[in-house]
Design a protein around this ligand. Structure first.
Ligand code: ASP
Length: 444
């Protein structure tokens, strides 16, 4: 199979995305929300808005995201169990978890430090004079004790129903350890879970094949209403956040990867493309878990015993992209409200934002809610969030792509350090032929 067709899924997703964005802009141009229609046809308005935008495309996009989310709980549960059973020495779990958490926290702290530095260097809030539009109440930062206690489910089915990722991870780990220790009965059950895992991964691949259409629908509905007039004085803020996100993904991660593993980081970046597109389109690290898992195991060569554990954990506790937005936003809001932050304040921001990433679900827009916590910590007006909300959706998409790239990088580092990594798969061409499904001949 030549390289051209090997990358066809990524290409098809990009085409779907660009087509969606273009169609969204065209619809927006034809149907301005202020009622000032360029083509004042009632029927046309109804057909485009009612039938396509709020109808067909909304249904297509929502079904796509919901189907991805549908896979997350069973996928995480089953693959963690398979991963844990396949570890020959379950005492390794503590070490793997410790390394992953340490790296997750470290990369988040680096991210926010760079962000604050860039904010101070480029002064995005200078000369911005805006009235706050939205009122926000800061949520209290949960205490570390509570976060740890809350990781243990009193009722695993409640955790499944609510999609509480940390609780599901803990239960699956304990269940997996018990299977590994249960002799013959454990072996029989482990076999069943291996088969389940195979089937669920197949379902992931089926959905990935439908992604170009899902992404097309999502982008169309999003871009119909995405107003560029909100950018105005926020353009500098937008580009500082965007720039730091790009630098973190394309410089910080490759450097860390090279230093800690010696692997060629360009391969890593290339193989992350499809998953980054998933994250960009869904703005949800959680919904992207199936794709991240697929990339980590099938393309990056990390064994399931590591990836099954570190990927969902990363999607839940590791949000470097979000921390970057929070760092720049804090500096921006301080500048707009003429508040001078001290070095101690900045250290506080780094600490709060890093800790706040733990226990926060990877869903769209959650970064802004966490920002309220960070602002309150250093006495900045929480209403400042109202200033940046207009450009947050686009930034959310980009930062989610960074978040999952960070999860994958840490997964790779931990996998390599534990010897649970296949370098041949990592170095092989990004062959997505096995990801292709012929829906007309499902048995092939
Ligand atoms: N949407 C982000 C994620 O899912 C979180 C955020 O920054 O709002 O990773």
């Amino acid at each position: 199979m030549n390289k051209e067709s090997a990358n066809s899924l990524t290409r098809r997703i990009v085409i779907g995305m660009l087509a969606g964005i273009s169609l969204g802009w065209i619809f927006q141009w034809l149907l301005p929300t202020n009622g000032d229609l360029l083509i004042p046809l009632g029927f046309f308005d109804f057909a485009v808005r009612g039938f396509f935008v709020d109808g067909l495309f909304e249904i297509g996009g929502q079904i796509f995201v919901t189907s991805l989310k549908m896979l997350v709980v069973p996928l995480v549960f089953v693959s963690i169990i398979c991963g844990t059973c396949s570890l020959t020495d379950t005492s390794k779990l503590g070490r793997i978890g410790g390394r992953a958490i340490a790296l997750y926290l470290l990369t988040t702290a680096i991210a926010i430090t760079i962000a604050i530095g860039a904010g101070l260097l480029f002064n995005p809030g200078e000369g911005v004079n805006m009235a706050a539009g939205t009122t926000f109440a800061a949520t209290e930062a949960p205490s570390l004790t509570q976060v740890i206690i809350d990781m243990f489910p009193s009722n695993p089915f409640d955790a499944f129903a609510k999609g509480n990722m940390l609780q599901i991870i803990v239960f699956a780990l304990l269940f997996g350890i018990a299977i590994a220790l249960a002799g013959d009965a454990g072996e029989r059950i482990a076999k069943q879970f291996e088969d389940f895992n195979e089937v669920i991964m197949r379902l992931v691949v089926i959905l990935m094949n439908l992604a170009p259409y899902g992404v097309f629908c999502l982008m169309t509905t999003l871009f119909v209403d995405l107003s560029l007039s909100d950018f105005g004085s926020l353009i500098k803020y937008f580009f500082v956040v965007f720039g730091v996100l790009v630098v973190h993904a394309l410089v910080t991660y490759p450097v860390i990867l090279k230093v800690l593993t010696g692997l060629n980081p360009i391969i890593f970046i290339k193989k992350m493309r499809t998953t980054a597109l998933f994250a960009f389109s869904t703005a949800s690290s959680n919904a992207t878990i199936p794709s991240t898992m697929n990339t980590a195991t099938k393309k990056l060569g990390v064994h399931n015993s590591i990836a099954s554990f570190t990927v969902p954990m990363g999607a839940t506790i590791n949000m470097d992209g979000t921390a970057i937005m929070q760092g720049v936003a804090t500096v921006f809001i301080a500048q707009v409200f003429n508040v001078d932050l001290t070095i101690t304040d900045f250290l506080m921001v780094i600490l709060t934002a890093t800790l706040a990433s733990i226990g926060t679900a990877g869903v769209p827009g959650v970064g802004l809610i966490m920002l309220a916590m960070v602002l309150a910590q250093v006495g900045l007006p929480v209403e400042g969030i109202g200033l940046i909300i207009g450009v947050d959706r686009l930034l959310d998409m980009v930062r989610t792509a960074v978040n999952i790239t960070g999860d994958s990088m840490v997964t790779l580092v931990v996998g390599k350090s534990e010897g649970q990594f296949d370098e041949t798969i990592y170095n092989s061409a990004d062959d997505t032929s096995r990801d292709r499904i012929d829906f007309h001949h499902l048995k092939d």
